[in-house]
Design a protein around this ligand. Structure first.
Ligand code: PLP
Length: 367
């Protein structure tokens, strides 16, 4: 039987049918209907966020919140290449230049000690990523941003439900973006959100995601279309009911992996972070000095129909679409380059059987 790297959490079929039944009564399928409104309220409460603006996907949420900050064109944004294409693309598609900072060798998030050396008079913002649900050094980033007058927008796509010192991951920086893509810990099929404290951003983001239309006879802004529809929101409402239980199940899987792989020479795991409540989103393994290379392990698992993921490989600063970017080049971010060549994220989802974890580890260890 094949095992994929992830498997989307879904409510019972009947539960979802019950939730969308009202859509057959109202025939109101999108444009901020009752499901959208309910999910927004529930997420504001669950995430302890003053404002949540829902989106049809995480990428457009990130693109829009960067645009909403109205940075001057050509401004520089300090970010990392050890991320999904979306992060870097969202910066570039806004006419801004990504400046790649290296990552920390333990958390794989932006190395806060290396940020200040990259700041110039063109720097406008920092876009750090909470990689695998590991929290960035939010306190150091906050200090640096304040000292230099920079905005901080977190790509929190991996950090849904993660807390630092008991505080929700959304409450750091000027804004945090989530992805609710099918592969994430919490999904709305496709979907995303921006969370932020600033009241003024609410209207701007709502304009951006709905053509700048404010009522039947008013259009105030050249916005696009990035609305979350009612079916997506209904999926979110159902999935949110079960999220804490799903995270508990993920935790069991992660603990099983740790039992098998925790003390193997040549295999490096992420340490649980101090003061962080994790969401067990991913299980990354770094192979360095192990008897097989990352690519050999990947292939060996593949032969048994088990899909692991080289995540994140390649680095975004090596993408061919960025070949002309003066800041491109993996040699500028050696820690990220080291990780990208050695990391594998193993299959992880709530319903992954512990016997399957055992089997995956047997294959990795060559037993
Ligand atoms: C998933 C993801 C995104 C993009 O989200 P979508 O909802 O797929 O558009 C952005 N950044 C990171 C780090 C992601 O993992």
């Amino acid at each position: 039987m094949s095992i994929l790297v992830t498997r989307s959490s879904m409510p019972d079929f009947e539960e979802y049918c019950e939730e969308i039944k009202k859509l057959w009564d109202s025939h109101w399928l999108t444009n901020m209907g009752v499901e959208h409104q309910q999910l927004q309220r529930e997420l504001e409460a669950y995430l302890d966020s003053p404002h949540v603006v829902l989106y049809t996907n995480g990428h457009l949420a990130l693109e829009n919140v960067i645009a909403a900050m109205q940075f001057p064109k050509g401004g520089e944004v300090i970010t990392t290449p050890f991320t999904f294409a979306s992060t870097t693309h969202a910066i570039v598609r806004n006419g801004l230049t990504p400046v790649f900072c290296d990552v920390d060798p333990d958390t794989y998030t932006i190395d806060a000690d290396k940020i200040e050396a990259l700041i110039t008079d063109r720097t406008v913002a920092i876009v750090p990523v909470h990689v695998y649900g590991n929290m960035c050094d939010v306190e150091a980033i906050d200090r640096i941003a304040k000292a230099h007058g920079l905005k901080v927008i977190y790509d929190a796509a991996h950090a849904f439900a993660v807390k630092y010192k008991g505080v929700s991951s959304v409450n750091f920086g000027d804004a945090a973006m989530f992805s609710f893509h099918a592969t994430k810990v919490f999904n709305t099929i496709e979907g995303g959100a921006v969370c932020f404290p600033n009241d003024e951003l609410v209207e701007t983001l709502n304009d951006m995601k709905n053509f700048g239309i404010r009522g039947p006879e008013r259009c105030v802004f050249v916005g696009g279309n990035a609305k979350m529809n009612e079916f997506q929101a209904a999926m979110g409402i159902c999935n949110l009911r079960h999220l804490d239980a799903e995270i508990e199940k993920r935790k069991r899987v992660v603990e099983r992996y740790r039992q098998h792989l925790g003390n193997v020479p040549g295999i490096k795991l992420c340490h649980p972070q101090k003061d962080v409540t994790p969401n067990y989103a991913y299980f990354p393994v770094v192979f360095d000095g192990f008897r097989a290379t990352r690519d050999e392990v990947f292939a060996r698992l593949g032969e048994q129909n088990i899909t692991a993921r080289k995540y994140f490989y390649p680095l975004t600063n090596s993408f061919e679409c960025y070949a002309d970017l003066p800041t491109a080049g993996v040699e500028k971010t050696p820690v990220a380059a080291y990780l990208a060549d050695r990391v594998l994220t193993l299959p992880l989802y709530a319903d992954l059987a512990l016997e399957d974890v055992d089997r995956i580890c047997d294959i990795i260890l060559g037993e």
